[in-house]
Design a protein around this ligand. Structure first.
Ligand code: NCD
Length: 311
C-alpha cells in the first residue's frame, strides 16, 4: 500500500503534514544524525541528483545547512543568490526557475522575502520545492528541526507546554511551529506585546488549541520549552514598539525571569539572536539552552527531507 505521505512532492509549509509523516521525518532525521557522527560523513543516496539553493534573502544557518545536507547525501548542490545573477538585469522569479530547470535542477530550496513565493515556483517547476523561509508565512524545516530537538531532549512532544515569546506577528518560524507543534499534540502559548501579536482571533481561529498571553511571567509558568523569537526590525513598521529597552524590560528572557522554571525546561531560539534584546547572554549559555543543538540538528533534518522528496 502506498501511503498518502509517500507521494509528497514539495515541502512548503507544515499545514499539510500529518502527525504520521512528521514522525517518519523525525525518525529518518535520527538515522541521518547517525551518518553525521561517522568519520566519513557522507552516503551515496542522492549521488548524481542536483539541488539548487535559491536565496533571495540573507541567511547563514539555513543556507549552509542545506548545502551540508545535500553534500552529505552526495548530491550536486549549486548556490544561487539573487545578487550577482540575472535577477539584477530584471529576470523574473519564474524565468529564473525555468532557467534552473533547463540547467538540470531537480530540487529547489527557496528563501524569499515575499510570502507565497515558493508556491509560485512550484507551479512553474517540474521538480520538488522546499521552502527555506518566505516572508512571514512559513519556515517548515526550522519547525521540523525544533520538533526534532524537543523530541530528542524530552522524549515526547505530546502534552508539553511550549511557550513562544517575541515578535510573533512577523515570524514565519512561529507559524510553522504552530502547525507542527499542535499537530504533534503540544500545548502552545503565544506571548508578545499586543502590537507584536496582532489580532488574537487570527491565531485562535487558525489554531484553536493555542493560548494567548500578554504577560511573560504568567505565560512561563510550568513551561517545558521556551522559544524566544528575534525582534525582526526589517519587517516591522515604525511604531509597533515604544523602544527595544521597553520590550526587553517586559519580555526578554533574563536569568531572573527563568529562575522559577525547572532545570529541564528547554530554552530555544531559531537564531539569529539579538542578545540583550529578546534573550540575555547568560540564558544563551545556560545548561538547558539548546540553541546550538538546534543549528546542528538542522543539517540532519534537511538531509531527511531532501531524501524524502528525492525518492
Ligand atoms: C529565522 C528566519 O530567517 O526565518 N532564522 C532562521 O532561519 N534560523 C528567524 C529570524 O530571522 O529571526
Amino acid at each position: 500500500m502506498i501511503s498518502a505521505t509517500a507521494q509528497r512532492r514539495h515541502a512548503i509549509d507544515l499545514d499539510d503534514f500529518t502527525a504520521e509523516e512528521i514522525e517518519e521525518i523525525l525518525e529518518t532525521t535520527g538515522s541521518m544524525k547517525e551518518v553525521l557522527s561517522r568519520e566519513i560523513k557522507q552516503v551515496p543516496t542522492l549521488r548524481g541528483r542536483t539541488v539548487v539553493n535559491m536565496f533571495y534573502e540573507e541567511s547563514t544557518r539555513t543556507r549552509i545547512s542545506f548545502e551540508l545536507a545535500a553534500r552529505a547525501l552526495s548530491a550536486n548542490i549549486v548556490n544561487f543568490t539573487a545578487r550577482g545573477s540575472s535577477v539584477e538585469k530584471g529576470e523574473s522569479l519564474i524565468d529564473t526557475v525555468r532557467t534552473l530547470q533547463a540547467l538540470g535542477a531537480e530540487i529547489v530550496v527557496i528563501r524569499h522575502s515575499q510570502s507565497g513565493a515558493p508556491y509560485l515556483v512550484a507551479r512553474h517547476f517540474n521538480g520538488a520545492v522546499i521552502n527555506a523561509g518566505d516572508g512571514r508565512h512559513a519556515h517548515p524545516t526550522q519547525a521540523l528541526l525544533d520538533l526534532f530537538t524537543i523530541h530528542e531532549r524530552l522524549g515526547q512532544i505530546r502534552d508539553l507546554k511550549v511557550v513562544i515569546v517575541g515578535d510573533i506577528l512577523h515570524s514565519r518560524v512561529a507559524r510553522s511551529n504552530l502547525w507542527g507543534l499542535t499537530r504533534m499534540g503540544a500545548q502552545v502559548t503565544l506571548c508578545a506585546p499586543p502590537t507584536l501579536l496582532g489580532p488574537a482571533t487570527y491565531w485562535t481561529t487558525t489554531w484553536p488549541e493555542v493560548t494567548i498571553s500578554y504577560r511573560v511571567d504568567e505565560a512561563l509558568q510550568g513551561a517545558d520549552v521556551v522559544m524566544a523569537l528575534r525582534i525582526q526590525k526589517e519587517r516591522m513598521q515604525a511604531g509597533l514598539l515604544p523602544s527595544l529597552r521597553e520590550y526587553s524590560r517586559a519580555y526578554a528572557l533574563t536569568p531572573e525571569r527563568l529562575a522559577g522554571l525547572s532545570e529541564k525546561t528547554l530554552i530555544m531560539h531559531p537564531g539569529p539572536m539579538n542578545e540583550g534584546v529578546e534573550i540575555w547572554p547568560e540564558v544563551v549559555t545556560a545548561p538547558n539552552a539548546v540553541i546550538e543543538e538546534q543549528v546542528t540538528n538542522g543539517v540532519a533534518v534537511r538531509m531527511a527531507l531532501l531524501y524524502r522528496l528525492a525518492g
